[in-house]
Structure formats: C-alpha cells, structure tokens
Design a protein around this ligand. Structure first.
Ligand code: M6R
Length: 363
C-alpha cells in the first residue's frame, strides 16, 4: 500500500517525521535518559569503534564518525564491508565493532561481523529487522524502528540509522565524561525538534520538483559538503545515480581544487549542501570557485545561508535552521527528494531500479 503516493519511495520519504519520532520514543525517556536495550553497554573504557557496513548504511557510519569523534572523543574506523573483511585488519581488544544494516542480511556485512567475533570486546548492530542474522549474531542489537522499507533506495532507514547512531554517540560521550549536562540537553532538544523540522523540510517538495526537472537533463552531477555534510554529499550522489541513472559523484568541498574542479563547466550542476555552520564560509568560497568556472550551483542551506551566499547560484533549496551536529539528518531529506523527482522526471523505475536488489545476500 503506497498510502496515496505514486511510489513507495515517496511514501517512505514522507514517513520520516513519524518514524523518527517513533525511534526517539523508543530510546529517550520523558526525563531525557537514553535507554538502550539489554545487555547494558559502557563506553568508558572503550578505545576504538570499528564501524562496518555497505552502501547507504556505510554512509550513515561515515556520518556517525564525526559524532563519535567530536562529541564522545572516541577514535573511529569506518570501512565498507567488502574491503574490511578481506583486509583482515587487527582489532584491538578494547574495541566495539559496530555493524549497520537495514536488512540485517547483507552478506559482506555479516561476514565482517563474524570476522570481529571473538576479537572485539563487543559486537553491536544497528538494524531495521530485529530477527535478522546480523541482529541475532550481535551481543547488542539496536533496532531503528523505521518500519518496513520497500523502495530499493534507502530513505527512512538511513535517517533512522543516523538518529540511533547519534543517540549512541551521546551515550558514549556521557559514559566517557565528555559531555556537559548543558551540551547534552542542547543535543537532545535538537533531536526532539527533528520530526517538526523534517515536516518543514518536506514542505519544499514542490520547489525541489522544479529543481529536479532541470537536473534531469544533466549527464553528470557533483555533490559537495564539508564536515558531517560530506558523507551526506555521498548519499545524495548515491541516491541520484541509483534511481535516475545520472552519473553523480561527491567530494569534500575542500578537495575540489585538488583535481575534480577540472570537471566543472556550464554543463555540470553542482549540489552544495551548506547549512550556515562553523565551516560555512569555507564551503561558500569553494562554491564561488565553482561558479567562477561557470558551474551551475544548487545551494541547499538555511535562510541565513541563502541570504548571505545565493548571489549567482542556479537554484536554491531552503531548509529550517538546525544545529551543526543534527544537520546531516535533516539535509538527507532534500537529497532524497532531489533524487526522487529527478528519477520521476526521467521516467525511470523508482522503486525497482535496474540491476539492483533490496537485500544483497551474495558477496
Ligand atoms: O540492508 P543493508 O542496509 O545492509 O543494505 C546495504 C546497501 O545494500 C543499501 O544501503 C544500498 O546501498 C541501498 N540501495 C542504497 O539506497
């Protein structure tokens, strides 16, 4: 049942305010305690987190690396499962191995988990299917409560994974004495506002559809971001290529001048994800380098950011104000909408894109 939507993907994008509220309800008590399922986990003595996943789940891990490092001051290693397992990396004893998977059945991720079993101190997974193999083989499985996801392109599972990983980073920071009560309250207040902010972001649907019409003619699209928005740039590019078959790549804004800027001309749209955060000015200066080479910029930012930096850009998408840490969860929505509407404009099979399966159980 597509609930009145044309595609499951559209339904699943629209469900995000509800499922995020649901996930928060499962993990946050009324008095703002973070409640994890048993067995209890304590990060105070942990020396490293090793995060492993595939595809969009991998990009959720890359985003969470920023949170675990910056908020919990915990060293993090992230890898795609198909590389990790064959690299045979050393796993220090005092480490947590964390596996993220919507289906919980992805073959490479499961094999990576089995590799870490008996080496890492704890095996933790973040899954959507609690009965899945990955959940069953973990010491601790954290469900994301996204509900069934049917569209091959992952949307609501991604933002629910991010939400659970963010809560886990806050829990780790608290265990390690790295988080003041005030900072903790600030982060939780932002999370509690997230469903409402997401609803506001979804009001940009019609505007994004117009932008996507222009994008549908492109052969290549670049996505740029900095800090926690850098992994999200990768997610925007993955979503776009997956369902619209347009070639898309992501770069850290600061890497552009080390090579990729050679690609820019008037044919190449460049999507810039830039909330007005502490790195905003740097991203804007990279964006101006793109425009100086006639690149067509689509700037996704908040009101303040757009009023400061939208001169000369091709198009804009306005987002509500949000904290630096929570921004990647909110900015996932315009990235998803952009891919969705571009695919619809091109007439591709949005829910069942060619060559792809929802669950990849072969290596
Ligand atoms: O079920 P999993 O989360 O383990 O799946 C991982 C990837 O196959 C998956 O995220 C894939 O990249 C999606 N189609 C992306 O939209």
């Amino acid at each position: 049942d597509k609930g009145g939507h044309k595609h499951f993907m559209a339904k699943e994008i629209a469900e995000q305010p509800t499922v995020i509220a649901e996930a928060l309800g499962h993990y946050l008590s009324k008095s703002d305690e973070i409640r994890l399922p048993d067995p209890a986990i304590d990060f105070s003595q942990v020396e490293r987190i090793t995060m492993v996943a595939c595809g969009t789940a991998f990009l959720a891990c890359l985003t969470a690396k920023y949170w675990f490092e910056q908020i919990a001051r915990l060293p993090v290693e992230v890898d795609v499962a198909s590389e990790f397992r064959y690299r045979e990396p050393p796993i220090p004893g005092k480490s947590v191995a964390l596996f993220v998977s919507q289906s919980g059945e992805t073959a490479d991720t499961l094999a990576a988990l089995r590799y870490c079993d008996g080496k890492a101190d704890k095996i933790v997974s973040v899954v959507n299917v609690p009965e899945s193999s990955i959940a069953r083989e973990s010491d601790l499985a954290l469900p994301i409560h996204a509900g069934v996801e049917i569209g091959v392109a992952s949307t609501k599972a991604f933002t629910c994974q991010l939400t659970v990983l963010f809560l886990l980073a806050l829990k780790a920071a608290t265990d390690r004495g790295e988080l003041s009560e005030e900072a903790r309250q600030d982060h939780l207040a932002q999370l509690r506002r997230l469903p409402a902010l997401m609803s506001e972001a979804l009001e940009q649907n019609d505007a994004v559809r117009e932008t996507a019409r222009k994008l549908a003619n492109a052969r290549d699209v670049l996505f740029l971001g900095r800090g926690p928005l850098y992994p999200l740039a990768h997610e925007g590019a993955l979503k776009l290529k997956e369902i619209s078959y347009i070639h898309a790549e992501a770069y850290a804004s600061g890497e552009l001048k080390h090579g990729p800027i050679a690609l820019i001309d008037e044919e190449v749209p460049v999507v810039v994800m830039a909330p007005r955060d502490t790195l905003f000015d740097k991203t804007v200066s990279n964006m101006q380098e793109v425009m100086a080479r006639k690149g067509k910029v689509i700037l996704i930012s908040d009101r303040g950011g757009l009023s400061e930096a939208s001169e000369g850009v091709w198009d804009t998408v306005v987002m509500p104000d949000v904290s630096d840490a929570v921004a990647p969860i909110l900015y996932a929505l315009p990235a998803q909408l952009l891919a969705y509407h571009t695919a619809v404009a091109k007439g591709t099979d949005v829910d069942q894109p060619r060559n792809l399966a929802k669950s990849v159980t072969v290596e």
